[in-house]
Ligand binder design. Sequence first.
Ligand SMILES: [Cu+2]
Length: 141
Amino acid sequence: MKFRLLSILLLVCWSLTAQAGEVEVRDAWVSLPPPGAEVVAAYMVVLNMEAQGHRLRRVSCDEASEAEFHAMRRHGNMMQMVHLEGVDLPAGERVVFAPGGMHIMLRGLRRTLKRGEDVHLHLFLEDGRRLDIAAPVRDMR
Ligand SMILES: [Cu+2]
């Protein structure tokens, strides 16, 4: 009986969350590029708190002429970057972009990035939504 009540409560909580759900980006940051570099990587955590899956279809950046989703793949004993056409965001899960794994590659920087300043990224979901993110520039950790 107690157990059943708990299940019902959990279910209620879950549906409330799903209703108020959204796709959220946390801890976005850009690694400080070496002087003169034209390529730089951005990282973040994307939470899909909705009950249905979504997909990141495209990314753009105010400070760079090109922005792409990249993943790292092993090729022999080398790690290689591969371009991803999109990134799935499964329902209720978090998708991590971090050094050594998925990242947003920014090419053609329009100006020199300084430590502490914000880089502005725009994520486009397949359902037409757009998420605007400010990602501070900081040293690689
Ligand atoms: Cu890359």
